[in-house]
Design a protein around this ligand. Structure first.
Ligand SMILES: [Zn+2]
Length: 119
């Protein structure tokens, strides 16, 4: 099990295992956040108390990016349409990950919506 925690510790998530790969996305929000996203099924993740985070939603309103209400660190995103069995945790919030053995994949969310490390 891994735990992701914001800077102040108010917002914590747990997931069953460390990621083997993460995405670094170049879309307008992800490049600003500098997040490394690790994907999980929402069923496998324990979310923080909803009062601890604040969602940010924009554009097509497909995703909510959650940040800690106290320290402002972005902890995760969730799908809002309820059809996708996927959410993401900001893996930068997990202490002790072995980054030498986690694949960091560049994702072109700004344009082609594809990974840039595959043809
Ligand atoms: Zn915090």
């Amino acid at each position: 099990m891994i735990e992701a925690a914001c800077h102040c510790g108010a917002a914590r998530l747990t997931a069953p295992a460390a990621p083997t790969e993460v995405s670094e996305c170049n879309c307008s929000i992800c490049r600003r956040l500098g997040a490394r996203w690790a994907y999980y099924s929402p069923r496998d993740v324990t979310l923080p108390d909803g009062r601890r985070t604040e969602p940010y939603v924009w554009g097509d309103r497909m995703l909510a990016f959650h940040r800690c209400r106290t320290c402002g660190v972005v902890t995760h995103w969730q799908s809002l349409d309820g059809t996708r069995d996927r959410m993401a945790i900001n893996a930068r919030l997990v202490d002790g990950l072995d980054w030498d053995h986690i694949r960091i994949r560049p994702f072109d969310g700004a344009n082609t919506w594809r990974y840039l490390d595959e043809d």
